[in-house]
Design a protein around this ligand. Structure first.
Ligand SMILES: Cc1cc2nc3c(=O)[nH]c(=O)nc-3n(C[C@H](O)[C@H](O)[C@H](O)COP(=O)(O)OP(=O)(O)OC[C@H]3O[C@@H](n4cnc5c(N)ncnc54)[C@H](O)[C@@H]3O)c2cc1C
Length: 474
């Protein structure tokens, strides 16, 4: 059988596979995506994404559409069984990324928008086709797909496993998972409510040792409810008719509610030991999974896509050495772990079932909240090592003033004050007269911003251009 040839084959058309395919297609890399299912996954999943991710949606041309499908986060309250505030996170309507600190949304709506983008970008998407086998011979990957009847062979320079938590790609490679040991079963329910004015506009974590509960607004008219299973409770009894209604009743007040989806999940923290073997790479849930308390699982996967897309494009085009791909896990793993550890710390606050320990927790947290007021979530970590030029601001996420990114090249940018050096694939941007950029640069003559909008480094244009050439191996 003749093989179809492509630059990149992506297995899995969840949000991460779809975003990666779109980013690659925008860079002109021939990409095929295969997806085992024929429809978008319907069970309840992500409800929150952050400012950095909205900036990525802006790059993909779907930010305005996502605004219509989401609402900015109003705040995030942790309260005890008596309704007292334990901890409160404030939200910001505007951040250095040019967007609000967070948005609440409905994952299938995002996935539909991403698939529309793939159609517009002419990406070949094979839905109903599962990856069933692959072989990396060092020069490329030969993959076998099946739709249950027929098979197809695809020869790709790289195979990316965006195939989710039970990743076939990860298991086939025999890559082990590092388990944080956090493992809690929760019932997750999505509802549609025509009138939700009687409910808090904030996300709420009810830290009640008798039954921890999460109540989270999603896109307008939608709300997420999560109930922790108590010892001895089974998924079957949580899914039984009338159970969800009984669990929601004490928190609902008046108003109509339609239960649209429900599922029992185990919330856990897992990280794959290796994210790349030769020409086969993992991204998204196949590489790492987090409890959802910080709303960051999909966000981490989309950051993987942003990190990987430009590196893969340079390597496939022969403009960078394979060694550039080594920086992918070096940069992304500590970042993803930072959010997993934050989510587990939040989960340990929420999931406490021992009443005495909960009373002690409450006393300490109430006192701290009274003294300190609302907190802000820690800013996302930067990159500590990888494709960076050691210099001030290296590894930070570059700010966006206004809608600066719109209409700019997908490439790296050299922000300078005149006398810019030429570097292949780098857009020179003269920032003289742009007061916010000049203030941000301070005493530095120039900054090189990577295509994923992390700062490569600061310094003179010549030094930066030379360091970029060395670091990408081009
Ligand atoms: C209850 C809950 C709440 C969450 N809340 C948030 C939140 O608020 N914010 C957030 O950022 N994240 C959240 N998440 C996490 C988020 O939903 C996931 O991180 C995200 O869906 C992962 O995307 P992905 O593309 O990596 O994997 P998936 O979305 O799982 O997609 C993988 C795709 O691969 C396909 N596939 C599998 N095997 C094959 C194969 N062999 N061949 C071809 N295709 C295959 C699957 O059919 C699937 O479509 C939450 C998750 C849960 C469960």
């Amino acid at each position: 059988m003749a093989a179809d040839e492509t630059g990149v084959l992506i297995a899995g058309l969840g949000p991460v596979g779809a975003a990666l395919a779109a980013l690659l297609a925008r860079r002109g890399v021939k990409t095929i995506v295969c997806e085992r299912e024929t429809e978008i996954y319907r069970l309840p999943r992500a409800a929150h994404f952050d400012a950095e991710i909205m900036r990525l949606f802006q790059q993909l041309g779907i930010a305005d559409a996502m605004l219509a499908h989401s609402r900015p986060v109003g705040g995030y309250d942790f309260i005890n069984a008596a309704g007292e505030m334990l901890m409160q996170f404030a939200a910001a309507p505007e951040t250095a990324q040019g967007w609000a600190s967070g948005y609440l949304f409905h994952q299938p709506a995002l996935e539909a928008l991403l698939r529309d983008r793939l159609t517009a970008l002419n990406v070949e998407t094979l839905t109903g086709w599962a990856l069933t086998d692959f072989d990396d011979d060092g020069d490329g990957v030969t993959a076998t797909l099946s739709d249950g009847h027929a098979t197809r062979i695809i020869r790709a320079a790289f195979l990316i496993g965006c195939d989710g938590a039970n990743s076939f790609v990860r298991k086939t490679l025999g890559i082990a998972l590092d388990d944080y040991g956090f493992d809690e079963p929760w019932l997750v329910v999505d509802t549609v409510m025509p009138d939700e004015s009687h409910l808090k506009p904030h996300g709420v974590q009810l830290c009640d040792p008798a039954r921890p509960v999460t109540i989270m607004p999603m896109s307008p008219g939608r709300r997420r409810w999560e109930f922790m299973l108590l010892p001895g409770e089974t998924p079957e009894e949580m899914m039984a008719p009338g159970k969800v209604e009984a669990l929601m009743a004490p928190h609902m007040g008046a108003g109509n509610v339609e239960i649209v989806r429900r599922a029992v999940y185990r919330f856990h923290g897992l990280v794959a030991k290796d994210w790349r073997r030769g020409r086969v790479i993992l991204a998204g849930d196949s590489a790492h999974q987090t409890p959802p308390f910080a709303g960051q699982g999909m966000c981490a996967g989309l950051r993987d896509a942003a990190n990987l897309a430009w590196k893969l494009a340079l390597v496939v085009e022969g403009k960078a050495a394979m060694s550039l791909l080594e920086t992918y896990q070096i940069e992304r793993e500590p970042h993803a772990r930072g959010f997993i550890e934050l989510a587990i710390a939040m989960g340990k606050v929420v999931c406490l079932q021992d009443t005495e320990a909960a009373a002690q927790r409450d006393a300490g947290m109430i006192a701290r909240h009274k003294a300190g007021g609302a907190a802000t979530l820690p800013p996302p970590p930067g990159l500590a090592a990888g494709c960076l030029h050691p210099s001030p601001r290296a590894g930070e996420l570059a700010p966006q003033f206004g809608r600066f990114d719109d209409g700019r090249a997908e490439s790296a940018w050299l922000l300078h004050r005149g006398g810019a050096a030429q570097a292949d694939g780098v857009e020179a941007v003269d920032i003289r007269g742009l007061a916010q950029w000049e203030a941000w640069l301070g005493a530095q003559p120039a900054a090189l911003i990577r295509p994923d909008r992390y700062v490569f480094g600061t310094g003179t244009p010549d030094d930066l251009a030379a360091a970029w050439r060395r670091s990408t191996g081009g």
